[in-house]
Design a protein around this ligand. Structure first.
Ligand SMILES: *[C@@H]1O[C@H](CO)[C@@H](O)[C@H](O)[C@H]1NC(C)=O
Length: 249
């Protein structure tokens, strides 16, 4: 008579554990975005890079934004990343170099690593002296991950990074400030096809690296400039554009 009672109790306890375990898994973290990109998404990083020749600090930048003062965006109003994020109801992540960045700001808003002049290739835009290439931006992201694990604990941090949205908008500078300028070695090392292959395989490695760091919902924006359709191959390979890419799972 004792035995069945015990196993009943055990079953109830187990059921509770399962229910609470599942409930716990849906931790309620804010969903934020991490933005990687170039001047089209920069929200102020380059303004903190005082030696950079690509800074949006002149008066005509930002005239349609908030108080009309230059805010580091290379445009008059919102960037593409701002507009897409606003439509998705996501908070606007501050620039990585923004001095107000701490664990609370990151947890509630994400981080924007985009840097004017940044490219898929390390050597792109070296003429601007200072800018964050995509590899550099991923390195900075790794640092943010370590910082958050230290501040909020590994488990919570890992969940936070898995649930976040990732935006990568890059590639134009690799043509404009690299391949198409004869001062760069790439312009005489490659032809259009081999350069595009080089770019695609580098980007593929970078997106895989981001996946290995926990990125699951990733959108890659293609090149804005007409006549550069070759990168559409990457876009097709990694999923539809600009839909959130579930294929990276
Ligand atoms: C690009 O830069 C990163 C560091 O930011 C480095 O780890 C990587 O090896 C470099 N890649 C090439 C091809 O130089």
């Amino acid at each position: 008579m004792e035995k069945p009672k015990r196993s009943n109790k055990l079953a109830i306890i187990l059921a509770f554990l399962v229910i609470f375990g599942l409930a716990n898994k849906q931790c309620y973290c804010d969903v934020v975005q991490f933005v990687f990109g170039d001047s089209l998404s920069d929200v102020g990083n380059n303004n903190y890079l005082t030696k950079s020749l690509a800074r949006a600090a002149t008066p005509w930048y930002g005239i349609d934004f908030d108080n009309g003062m230059p805010n580091g965006r290379f445009c008059n109003g919102r960037t593409v990343a701002d507009i897409v994020g606003d439509k998705m109801g996501l908070p606007r992540p501050p620039a990585f170099l923004d001095p107000s960045l701490d664990e609370n700001v990151i947890f509630q808003n994400g981080v924007n690593f985009a840097s004017g002049g940044g490219g898929i290739l390390n050597e792109t835009s070296s003429l601007f002296i200072q800018r964050f290439s995509l590899y550099k931006q991923i390195e900075l992201f790794k640092g943010i991950q370590e910082f958050m694990r230290m501040k909020i604990g590994t488990e919570k941090a890992n969940q936070f990074f898995t649930e976040a949205y990732y935006v990568v908008a890059m590639g134009s500078n690799d043509f404009i400030n690299n391949y198409l300028l004869p001062v760069y070695a790439d312009s005489w090392t490659y032809n259009g096809d081999t350069f595009t292959q080089y770019l695609i395989s580098t980007l593929e490695d970078q997106l895989k690296l981001m996946h290995s760091l926990g990125a699951r919902k990733l959108t890659f924006f293609g090149l804005g400039t007409d006549g550069m359709h070759s990168l559409a191959t990457v876009v097709n390979f990694f999923g539809q554009l600009p839909a959130v890419n579930e294929q990276t799972r």
